[in-house]
Unconditional design. Structure first.
Length: 306
């Protein structure tokens, strides 16, 4: 019995691009080849594997079947490994080159990415880092779909198929306007603020965490305004619209709007958020991803501002 594999890396690449674009035409455009070549590669791959990889709909393009989704995940890993093998064979493995994709929880990006990317670029100038800034749900989807290799995030909304490595623990704190009645205090009990209007950082999972902190005092959260922007929350607090709860502290009290906020430690016992490196379980990381993750482990704990 022959152990030879009947499909090629080219077929896997064409299949992967077709799955990512959802269209044979779009895949051909990206690959700069004829559409018939993409179609033939996918058809031959399906014949070789004995499974249907796409559901083809005339007006809606291509939708991967469950088998197609599984193959896409494995194909991305295999193609990445093949690139590393080629680099090693050329003698370029020690000097890493090429792209790597990481995710970053959107509110963490301003605090950590500048130092992290500067440090990494100094060590590995040949690697191009692409960053997806998003909230936890989108990051989890991007990890499972292979769009990114790992993510720097709060430990929110990830399932058991995502491995999380703790980097730091960040307790929540309150922010109030500079002229607030409690602004001269260093620490407060959350019950002292709970009856006031809350300016809520309105991101999936984050919103539930902050609302639960207020609810733990016995008060129902009085959400006055919601914002998905970290800085919009701070600016509204500075203008006296209410207080807020956050986990990261900017180096300055001033907001984009020109006002000022004061950060107050919470005297209450409350669960902190864990800052983690998240990666898909069972996925072999590329050398570029492993190098970038090492820099994250080194730099991020130094730049935590909770």
């Amino acid at each position: 019995m022959s152990d030879a594999v009947g499909f090629t890396l080219v077929q896997l690449r064409y299949f992967s691009v077709a799955a990512e674009t959802g269209s044979l035409t779009a895949a051909a455009d990206r690959l700069m080849i004829a559409q018939s070549a993409v179609s033939a590669a996918v058809t031959n791959l399906e014949r070789e594997l004995g499974v249907q990889l796409f559901i083809r709909r005339r007006a809606k393009g291509l939708t991967p079947t469950p088998a197609g989704e599984r193959l896409l995940h494995q194909a991305r890993e295999l193609l990445a490994h093949a690139r590393e093998v080629a680099e090693e064979a050329k003698g370029t493995g020690a000097a890493l080159t090429g792209p790597v994709g990481m995710g970053c929880f959107v509110t963490l990006a301003p605090f950590h990415l500048p130092s992290l990317l500067a440090e990494f670029a100094g060590r590995y100038p040949g690697v191009e880092v692409g960053v997806l800034e998003a909230e936890a749900t989108e990051l989890a989807q991007a990890l499972r779909g292979g769009r990114i290799e790992f993510a720097l995030s709060y430990d929110l909304g990830f399932g058991d198929d995502v491995v999380r490595e703790p980097l730091a623990s960040l307790p929540a704190h309150a922010i109030v306007a500079a002229d607030h009645r409690l602004a001269r205090r260093r620490r407060v009990r959350l019950a002292e603020l709970a009856e006031e209007p809350l300016i809520l950082l309105d991101l999936p999972h984050s919103r539930d965490y902050f609302r639960s902190l207020v609810a733990s005092t016995g008060a129902a959260p009085d959400v006055r305004h919601r914002a998905q922007s970290y800085e919009a929350v701070r600016s509204m607090v500075a203008r006296g619209h209410g207080f807020s709860l956050l986990n990261q502290r900017p180096a300055t009290r001033q907001t984009y709007g020109g006002g000022e906020v004061v950060a107050l430690e919470l005297a209450d016992e409350h669960p902190p958020l864990s800052l983690v490196l998240a990666r898909p379980s069972g996925l072999r990381q590329t050398a570029r991803a492993r190098a970038l993750m090492d820099v994250v482990r080194e730099v991020v704990p130094r730049t935590v501002t909770g």
